[in-house]
Design a protein around this ligand. Structure first.
Ligand code: ZN
Length: 278
């Protein structure tokens, strides 16, 4: 970073995009065709054994397959590289893949610090992840932020972090400030199924707190923002003041999967029922 455009272009930047204000750094730059979700996601969930091998995407009331990757001219090459190198590259290597799930294997190789019920285990992953912990935080922030930063077309739900948090996360992603003080991230890892679908961010207001979620294969990211969040949601958070916690649990009862989780599971068991996305 901090080198000239020419050098970046030699390493893969697209010089043919339109000139415009980058969504993250706001500099006038050549904009890249920026994917909403990492392109690798579409490859990972592509299952050659399905009659329709395209990824399964779940929206509010529909589970279907899509060959369309959501993208837009949005970020400059430098900012694309920030997203790729500071979070995506590592997280992409850890989520559930066709025959392995490195993050879950990592949790199962260690001892949980607590077991809430026979199906819910909590791990303190600070020592296990070491410097990779920051990459989960950065990746999650980059997905939540970019979902709210522009319209991504009809394939995605409208999503908002609220103006104040949107700007705090922008500055965090640029490296100009710390992670927002009133935000806590929960990371839940699937101990069961629902491994080959993904969902874009969705938010709900609970009193004075906003809770946002998105899902990539096997990993559910839950973000709480609000003035009372440091007091009410610090325990169990990945960026808790007392540890880096992850939960290992089945997702079948998570609110994100209510309704359409059933649709998705039935669709995955009976691939012929999958409808292409309109
Ligand atoms: Zn930029």
């Amino acid at each position: 970073m901090g080198q000239g455009m020419d050098q970046h272009n030699k390493t893969g930047g697209n010089t043919n995009g339109p000139l415009g204000a980058c969504g993250l750094c706001r500099e006038q730059r050549t904009l890249q065709d920026s994917h909403f979700f990492p392109a690798a996601l579409y490859k990972i969930v592509r299952d050659p054994d399905r009659p329709n091998p395209n990824p399964v995407v779940v929206t509010r009331n529909h589970a279907g397959t899509t060959s369309r990757q959501v993208s837009a001219y949005f970020l400059c090459w430098d900012c694309e590289q920030r997203f790729a190198l500071q979070g995506e590259k590592y997280v992409v290597s850890q989520w559930a893949q066709r025959d392995r799930f490195p993050l879950r294997e990592l949790l199962l190789s260690s001892k949980p610090i607590g077991v809430g019920s026979p199906t819910f285990a909590v791990y303190d992953v600070g020592a296990l992840l070491a410097e990779h912990a920051e990459e989960y935080l950065y990746f999650a922030a980059s997905i939540f932020w970019r979902a709210a930063a522009r319209s991504w077309g009809k394939g995605m739900r409208q999503f908002s972090l609220g103006g104040k948090y949107q700007e705090q996360f922008r500055l965090y992603l640029l490296g100009e400030s710390e992670w927002p003080q009133n935000a806590r991230l929960m990371i839940h890892v699937s101990s069961g199924e629902l491994l080959d679908i993904f969902m874009d961010p969705v938010g709900v207001r609970i009193g004075a707190v906003h809770r946002h979620k998105f899902y990539i294969p096997g990993i559910l990211f839950i973000l709480f923002v609000g003035a009372t969040v440091p007091r009410e949601h610090d325990g169990g958070a990945f960026n808790s003041s007392v540890g880096r916690f992850m939960g290992l649990l089945p997702f079948e009862n998570d609110s994100l999967f209510e309704g359409f989780g059933k649709v998705a599971r039935e669709a995955l068991r009976n691939p012929k029922s999958l409808r292409p996305e309109e």
